[in-house]
Write a protein that binds this ligand. Structure first.
Ligand code: FPP
Length: 240
């Protein structure tokens, strides 16, 4: 019965967003609730990412951007950072993750700050999945919205673009997400109500959906609910 209800809800989607972005938050609290080390929460969060990406692909979302590691996350204890890096390594080494599921994987963020072997794995994963025609999944690693804008401004200056020629389009075409549309919907679980330096330029007109559920507990039903709520929003883009 529940299955039927869910299918029905899916069929009722009037406008599946083209691009959904997710702040995968709450891994540490999820682990703490279970008396596990925080790192176990990140492992569970990584599994959840795979499940949700697969689901987005199935329901026809074109772009998914997930916040996996911020420019500020280096401040965490070394053991936690090392474990997150190992989770990336394990995920990236298993290239069947993306190829077999027709999901294209790309990365946004500052690669120059990442361990060299991971950068190689990232490049390989991008190359391996480049011909996928399903979901385009962008993982934000060593990403910060302000840092992204600093890099964009530096590139604009380096290219010698004249002050009077600079428009919003100039900025949009110099940020990491230059090849794909802004997210219509940004989801943040775990009961926090902030953007935390994620897609600050791109989110100018995004709809937000918050939930108290911790990321490893997030379900495909939660995603359905977010999309259903999104469909009820009246997006005016500054008009009336
Ligand atoms: C936020 O939760 C989560 C992170 C900073 C790391 C997210 C990393 C993953 C989900 C693993 C990514 C791996 C892949 C392959 C996508 P938190 O640690 O801030 O949780 P808390 O707020 O409860 O402490």
């Amino acid at each position: 019965m529940a299955f039927f209800r869910k299918k029905k809800a899916l069929l009722n989607y009037t406008a599946v967003p083209t691009h959904i972005a997710i702040i995968m938050d709450g891994n540490g609290r999820w682990a703490k609730k279970r008396s596990l080390p925080r790192t176990a929460g990140h492992a569970a969060g990584s599994k959840k990412f795979k499940e949700i990406a697969r689901y987005c692909n199935k329901i026809g979302i074109k772009y998914l951007t997930v916040y996996a590691f911020s420019t500020e996350n280096w401040k965490r204890p070394k053991e936690e950072v090392d474990t997150i890096m190992n989770i990336f390594r394990d995920y990236l080494k298993d290239s069947a993750n993306f190829k077999s599921e027709n999901i294209m994987l790309k990365f946004i963020g500052d690669r120059s700050g990442m361990p060299e072997d991971i950068v190689k794995l990232m490049n390989n994963a991008e190359y391996d999945s480049k011909d996928a025609t399903g979901l385009k999944c962008y993982m934000a690693i060593n990403y910060g919205g302000r840092d992204e804008l600093v890099h964009a401004v530096r590139d604009i200056v380096k290219e010698g673009i004249r002050e009077t020629d600079i428009t919003e389009e100039t900025i949009s075409s110099h940020i990491y997400t230059k090849d794909y549309p802004d997210p219509e919907l940004i989801i943040r679980p775990s009961g926090e109500y902030r953007l935390s330096n994620f897609l600050i330029w791109q989110s100018a007109y995004s709809e937000f959906w918050f939930s108290n559920v911790l990321w490893p507990d997030f379900t495909t039903d939660d995603l359905d609910r977010a999309i259903e709520d999104y469909n009820k929003r009246n997006r005016r883009f500054g008009g009336i």
